[in-house]
Design a binder for this molecule. Structure first.
Ligand code: URA
Length: 229
């Protein structure tokens, strides 16, 4: 892990203050002044900040029940953001794992483990994302087939990967995607001549939105959830 990230995970200093401390020679690694914020360090290194030893960082993993009307962003000058809902220290090191539209509700993951985030969001890993959808018009059998075959969406160069569309009612369905393109569910329904009126994510890999969480609530993931995405 980079030295500046290591310090960010283990102290309340901002990125700017960390860089300043390194420049001033206030950060020591194994007894020598740290030369650069980008230096790669590990849990075995003895790192001190202004003479105080820093413990190796523990990585954090949360699930949030995202309410409608909140941006999947860190901060915004005018609108509420998901990080405003997470009451925990060192929020600035948390990454949002795959964004949801402002009006989409449901399961959103946050972590400061960049590799875990990458495993979930990388197109190569084809991690399943499950959504419940309500639509303006009746969902046709043709739509089920088109989702299964893959749809070439406007402005995309390749068709979507095969997706599962299970009917739960005339205008309700469960959609399982193996990828996460921009506005993907809405664009896929639009391509079939329909319109999404409600969109709610219930699962990512083996992690299911905890029914005990009300919109706006969050909790840490269990060790099992972290291991089995
Ligand atoms: N697909 C969408 O269209 N919107 C989301 O928020 C997530 C998936």
């Amino acid at each position: 892990m980079r030295l500046d990230k290591f310090i960010g995970h283990t102290s309340d200093l901002s990125r700017r203050d960390i860089h300043r401390a390194i420049k001033r020679g206030e950060v020591m690694i194994n007894g020598a002044a740290a030369p650069s914020p980008s230096l790669s360090v590990s849990a075995q290194d003895q790192i001190t900040l202004q003479g105080r030893p820093l413990a190796a960082p523990t990585l954090r993993y949360f699930m949030l029940h995202k309410p409608a009307g909140v941006l999947s962003a860190r901060t915004d000058a005018h609108q509420p953001c998901v990080l405003d809902l997470i009451d925990t220290p060192r929020k600035d090191t948390l990454q949002i794992v795959g964004r949801l539209d402002k009006d989409t509700t449901g399961l959103l993951l946050l972590t400061d483990d960049g590799q875990w985030n990458h495993r979930i969001t990388s197109p190569r890993s084809a991690c399943a994302k499950v959504y419940e959808v309500a639509t303006a018009d009746v969902i046709t059998a043709d739509a089920v087939e088109r989702f299964a075959k893959g749809i070439l969406l406007k402005n995309d160069s390749t068709p979507t990967r095969p997706a599962t569309l299970e009917l739960l009612g005339e205008r309700r369905a469960r959609v399982t995607l193996q990828e996460g393109r921009y506005h993907q569910v809405k664009r896929m329904f639009a391509a079939t001549g329909n319109r999404v009126t409600e969109l709610h994510r219930t699962g990512i890999g083996n992690i299911v939105l905890d029914p005990q969480l009300s919109p706006g609530d969050f909790r840490p993931l269990t060790a099992e959830e972290i291991a089995h995405v």
